[in-house]
Write a protein that binds this ligand. Structure first.
Ligand SMILES: Cc1cc2nc3c(=O)[nH]c(=O)nc-3n(C[C@H](O)[C@H](O)[C@H](O)COP(=O)(O)OP(=O)(O)OC[C@H]3O[C@@H](n4cnc5c(N)ncnc54)[C@H](O)[C@@H]3O)c2cc1C
Length: 416
């Protein structure tokens, strides 16, 4: 049986791996010349199992109101005359209800724990190297009120089965000595020793290489223009190559892994996917003073900024903008990340040599991805991973392969 994966980001390529492991014939289609060139290109690098809480939580509406209109706000809403944007924003508010937020957190936590376990297995089996680091993730709190909630958060994460602990500012510095510079401003932290980091782009490309060796066919530079359906069943994918030639690709099943762009194709079939592009930025630079750069991956909870050491590079990522499909780089966002890095780890990198990047997180309002059956026969979803696509890639890919093979996936998650 032939399964065609639509999209070669980290989600699509990982899905292809698990489909291949399950014995399917697999092909992948992507408009880019290589896998992992869009949102999976330069993300924050965190395998952040210890951060299952979605942005949509009971404290979010107030926080967003406080940030409204501030150019340096971690979350920025740039209103468009687009029904999709307003619809998404309203659904986001709905997902902030305490019981919805709790339910979403539990679903993401279950999938994330399964995913992290599978990532460890996969990298052994496929002998992958992607600048991975198993030093845990340290969440940092700079203000008293947010640190006050850490004990409850630790209890909730432990209840899910995670190994996490609260730490004092001094303990944070013991875990990551490069924080010594800001120790006096830190209130404390939450440490998840089992969390990891690594370069999602390198991972995607290395895994794609293994898949090629295993006979998976890649249709690159191939834009999907339309999903063709007859009587509620998908019966082909209309594509155009870079020379403008059109054609139709056929398979027995299709999996939608197109990041933020699946919405347009599904809209043409009359289906509204609850996914909106939430833009984020990253800044990557070579480390010039290793003793000043962190080794442990960090999450600054007050600024919503993450930082990962990727080999001899340091990457800092964050910010969220609801600004449609606009991927233009705003220099003030880059400055925000550079200032953060410079204030925490002065001299660790040369800011003049840093590369700024922006990508569109394919976000559902509650950050819970859509995995499972679509309303069309033969078409499956594995999309909408929002802030956690790298963390959830292996679990989501394995679950999709299980569902197509007629097996029940292991995590307690609302599969479709
Ligand atoms: C700044 C930032 C920081 C982040 N940090 C983290 C982090 O630390 N940890 C974490 O877990 N997650 C993080 N994420 C989220 C994560 O990067 C995404 O969730 C993930 O990359 C989504 O992967 P994807 O494969 O679904 O989408 P993509 O990587 O965007 O892949 C979709 C693919 O579909 C292709 N495509 C789209 N339309 C078409 C078409 N019409 N025809 C053919 N091909 C098409 C694209 O070329 C692309 O290759 C971050 C995101 C951002 C923006």
């Amino acid at each position: 049986m032939h399964v065609m994966v639509l999209g070669a980001g980290v989600t699509g390529v990982t899905t292809a791996w698990y489909l291949r492991q399950a014995g399917f014939e697999v092909s992948i289609v992507d408009r880019q010349p290589a896998p992992g060139m869009e949102t999976s290109f330069a993300n924050g690098g965190q395998i952040s199992v210890s951060h299952p809480e979605p942005w949509a939580n009971p404290s979010a509406p107030l926080t967003v109101l406080r940030w409204l209109g501030r150019e340096d706000a971690p979350l920025r809403f740039r209103p468009h005359a687009q029904a999709a944007q307003w619809r998404w924003a309203l659904s986001f508010l709905h997902e902030c209800l305490p019981w919805r937020s709790r339910r979403n957190t539990a679903a993401i936590a279950a999938l994330a724990m399964d995913s992290a376990r599978r990532l460890r297995e996969l990298r052994e089996t496929a002998a992958l190297h992607y600048d991975q680091r198993q030093r845990g993730i340290l969440h940092l709190f700079y203000n008293r009120s947010s640190f006050a909630s850490v004990a409850a958060r630790v209890r909730e994460l432990q209840h899910f089965g995670m190994d996490v602990r609260a730490c004092s500012a001094a303990e944070c510095v013991a875990i990551e000595p490069a924080l010594g510079h800001v120790a006096s401003t830190l209130r404390g932290g939450l440490y998840a020793p089992d969390d990891e980091s690594g370069d999602a782009h390198l991972f995607t490309q290395a895994l794609a290489e293994r898949l090629r060796e295993d006979g998976v066919r890649f249709h690159l530079n191939t834009r999907i223009e339309r999903l063709s359906q007859t009587g509620g069943r998908i019966d082909g994918v209309e594509v155009r190559d870079e020379a403008g030639r059109t054609g139709i690709l056929l398979a027995d099943h299709y999996v939608l892994c197109l990041g933020s762009y699946g919405t347009a194709l599904m809209a043409r079939l009359g289906v509204r996917l609850p996914i909106y592009p939430v833009k984020g930025y990253s800044l990557t630079a070579a480390v010039i003073a290793p003793e000043r750069a962190p080794e442990v991956s960090l999450t600054d909870e007050s600024r919503r900024i993450v930082c990962s050491r990727l080999g001899d590079r340091l990457r800092v990522a964050g910010t969220a903008e609801l600004d449609g499909f606009n991927t233009a780089l705003r220099p003030e966002r880059g400055r925000m990340l550079a200032d953060w890095l410079n204030s925490r780890f002065p001299g660790a990198i040369d800011p003049a040599a840093a590369t700024l990047w922006a990508g569109l997180r394919p976000a559902t309002p509650g950050n819970v991805p859509l995995i499972g059956k679509s309303p069309f026969e033969r078409l499956w979803y594995n999309t909408g991973h929002g802030t956690l696509g790298w963390t959830l890639a292996c679990g989501s890919g394995a679950a999709t392969a299980d569902l197509i093979a007629g097996r029940r996936p292991t995590p307690r998650f609302p599969f479709r």
